[in-house]
Design a protein. Structure first.
Length: 197
């Protein structure tokens, strides 16, 4: 029986010590719980930002894809320069006459679209061909245009119209950036710094 009070006293002392330890641990646990709540908030915020960034990335990829398609379409277009508007009735007719002058077989079914560009002076004609082969053949034959005068292509055109055209030429339709590069390259070629451009 004497041992019982000693054991009870020891248990009470241990309980007191445990309570003291718990009292000391409580602020740490509370702090950790606050940190966990903050981490959850940060995680939620990060996930929201990630979702927004992924959406923005998808939109940027779509814009790039659309621009690449637009650039590819631009490369499929050709520009015809040096033909006064007063010389022709339709852009399609002009392309067909130029093709005939270059001895390249082209029919109206080969032309997908053609129209005048909104430029100063003699407005260039732009055309897209259904067949890449037709486009390539016309482009390759463009050097023959050095010997072709407007009156050869449009014999019914007036003297005044013929005087408006110094020469006829065909270009690929380039983006403004590539056009600037090509312009510099052509200048270097004229200055003898480049063999060809």
């Amino acid at each position: 029986m004497i041992d019982i009070p000693v054991t009870v006293n020891n248990i009470l002392l241990e309980n007191k010590k445990i309570r003291e330890d718990l009292r000391k641990l409580k602020p740490t646990v509370n702090k950790q719980q606050t940190e966990i709540v903050d981490l959850k908030k940060q995680h939620t915020k990060s996930m929201t930002q990630l979702a927004a960034a992924e959406k923005e990335l998808d939109e940027a990829k779509k814009r790039i894809n659309d621009q690449q398609e637009e650039i590819a379409e631009l490369y499929d277009l050709q520009e015809f320069h040096g033909i006064p508007e007063s010389a022709y009735n339709s852009t399609e007719e002009t392309i067909l006459k130029l093709a005939a002058a270059l001895e390249v077989p082209v029919s109206s079914v080969n032309i997908e679209i053609s129209h005048k560009l909104n430029t100063r002076g003699n407005k260039a004609i732009i055309a897209k061909f259904i067949s890449r082969k037709v486009k390539t053949n016309l482009y390759k034959a463009r050097s023959k245009l050095k010997q072709v005068k407007l009156a050869d292509v449009f014999p019914d055109s007036s003297y005044a119209t013929n005087e408006q055209s110094t020469w006829i030429f065909i270009n690929k339709n380039l983006t403004s950036y590539r056009r600037r590069i090509m312009s510099r390259a052509n200048k270097k070629q004229r200055d003898g710094e480049l063999l060809s451009a």
